[in-house]
Write a protein that binds this ligand. Structure first.
Ligand code: 4UU
Length: 531
């Protein structure tokens, strides 16, 4: 049985993402669109639209054409959205690279996505060049400039004729973020202009937007789909200001909320934890905050309540703490908690442990993994989602696409949920391989491949184990030593830390004689979990 959304459908504008997001720029040309939370440097809506047009023209003049992939490897800065929309307006596809990645990880994405150009920042240039040694691109552009490389200033001031690229929003890709999905290695997730336009449009009826006056803190990274759609594009489309921070530091975060009069914070559970528990929070005036939404990993119900109670005891009487649920393959939002007063007709307050309601235009099913049938009412089942935010598929991987996205358009999330009589969903488990560490993806198959590259390791399997204290899932490796090897736990941790980004580090090691596998050779992760 398919559950329809409790909200009436919304109409999805037939626009490209730059047209949709920057469409209101002329009306608010002189108002800030992007503010650097540390330096205060500002780009207005008018400047943003102008720079985007210039970057698109310059990329076109350099020979980039519709469908070409440009990788972007940068922390959050006020220039990231300029680059993102410039690439998009040229009809090209942005593949956002995690700022923590090692050269090997970057090279994998460059090669797999077929990126022609890599855009980065000077502090990342060493890693970028080490990556392009392994997987060459035509050009490396350094936003803030570096000897021998074009800069963003060069692009903006280039004497290139304006371009008008025809974009078919329903077919043409805008972005190619990487996700392991339910199994295997990271894959390019093909998201169209329409996917992203839809997701921002669908989220609006639950958000209660004060058009032009919202101030969003952008501390979650733009290179992850959450930051890309919800913070950057939604924030800009709402017409207020997006205030960027390059990384999470609690004091900077609190200071920016206070000084920049932030109205909305979209965060991940570790930030809610800090807001609930850290003594420093009381030293700041956070009264401008109207809502905090947590997503990307499970949020404990009592923690959400504690954070809200604490902020309300301060000056932010009206603040609410809620949740969103999403997945890269869903552009990413399928469920969210409505702002108070925007619940579906007749529904009461949304309980804190839930991820709220399915967005408009979004259908859901809950499927019993054991039987493949719809779960009985009130019972848990794997969440399937259908709607205009569902990805087109995985790049160059029809098999993985078919395993995740069925012929009727249902995206099989690999998460287990229940729905209550009011239509509110609670995520209760995950049946896919994916591990989440501080909201970031960790793909066991990827770590297993790196482990197996070590000649001292004969076989390996990786699972996530819950750390009761932090509430985090810790990547744990089960390792079979090669004959004669005496490789130690510390050796393995050090070896992995050299090859993978910090969030993917192996945090626990157990030596075993044999990795349990099915007849078909699949690792029996359940058996490892149950040990
Ligand atoms: C339990 O993490 C994301 C997207 C997060 C997001 C975005 C916008 C959340 C709210 C929002 O408004 O994408 P991925 O692809 O990195 O990871 C997807 C996985 C899900 O399948 C699920 O296992 O992250 C987990 N997840 C959650 N789990 C995401 N949100 C939640 C949640 N509770 N609220």
């Amino acid at each position: 049985m398919a559950f329809a959304s409790r909200y009436p459908d919304v109409e999805i504008p037939e626009l490209s993402v730059p047209q949709f997001v920057l469409g209101g720029a002329a009306e608010r040309a002189d108002r800030p669109a992007l503010i650097d939370g540390l330096s205060g440097e500002t780009i207005t809506h008018g400047e943003l639209a102008f720079y985007v047009e210039r970057v698109a023209a310059a990329l076109h003049a350099r020979g980039l054409r519709k469908g070409d992939v440009v990788a972007v490897f940068s922390p959050n800065t006020i220039w990231y959205p300029v680059v993102f929309h410039g690439i998009a307006a040229a009809g090209c596809v942005i593949s956002p690279v995690n700022a923590l990645y090692t050269p090997e990880e970057i090279a994998f994405q460059l090669k797999d996505s077929g990126a022609k150009v890599l855009v980065t920042v000077s502090p990342f240039l060493d890693r970028a060049l080490a990556a392009t040694e392994k997987s060459p691109v035509d050009e490396v552009i350094v936003m803030d400039g570096a000897e021998g490389h074009a800069s963003l200033r060069d692009l903006i001031t280039a004497d290139a004729p304006a371009v008008q690229v025809d974009i078919d929003p329903a077919e043409d890709l805008i972005t190619l973020p990487y996700s392991s999905g339910t199994t295997g290695l990271p894959k390019g997730v093909m998201l169209t202009h329409r996917n992203l336009v839809a997701n921002v449009t669908q989220s609006r009826p639950l958000a209660g937007v004060d058009e032009g006056n919202e101030r969003i803190i952008a501390v979650l990274p733009f290179f992850h789909i959450y930051g890309l759609t919800v913070l950057m594009n939604q924030g800009l489309q709402w017409g207020g200001a997006v205030v960027t921070l390059p990384r999470f530091d609690l004091e900077q975060f609190l200071r920016v909320v206070q000084d920049q009069k932030i109205t909305r914070a979209f965060v991940a559970p570790p930030i809610v934890l800090a807001l609930a528990k850290h003594p420093m929070v009381d030293q700041f005036d956070l009264s401008s905050l109207r809502s905090i939404t947590s997503g990307a990993a499970p949020l404990d119900e009592s923690l959400a309540q504690a954070a809200q109670d604490r902020l309300r005891k301060g000056a932010s009487e009206g603040v609410s703490v809620g949740q969103g649920y999403g997945m890269t393959e869903l552009s990413p939002v399928s469920h969210t908690t409505p702002e108070v007063g925007l619940e579906p007709a007749g529904a009461g307050p949304t309980p804190k442990g839930t991820v709220g309601y399915a967005l408009p235009n979004t259908e859901c099913r809950l499927i019993d993994p054991a039987t493949g049938e719809d779960a009985a009412p009130g019972e848990r089942g794997e969440l399937w989602v259908r709607g205009p935010q569902v990805m087109k598929g995985y790049l160059n991987n029809p098999q993985a696409t078919a395993e995740t996205l069925d012929g009727e358009g249902w995206l099989h999330t690999g998460d287990v949920a229940i729905v209550d009589d009011e239509g509110r969903y609670t995520v209760v488990d995950r049946v896919k391989e994916l591990i989440k560490y501080k909201g970031y993806q960790v793909a066991p198959a990827e770590l297993e491949a790196v482990l197996l590259n070590n000649p001292q390791i004969a076989d390996a399997a990786v699972i996530g184990v819950l750390d009761k204290e932090s509430g985090e899932e810790l990547p744990k490796a089960f390792v079979v030593r090669a004959p004669g090897s005496e490789i130690s736990e510390d050796d393995i941790k050090a070896y992995m830390a050299e090859h993978v980004a910090p969030h993917k580090k192996i945090r626990l090691v157990e030596f075993i004689d044999q990795v349990p596998k099915s007849m078909a050779g699949k690792i029996l992760r359940k058996d490892l979990k149950n040990r």
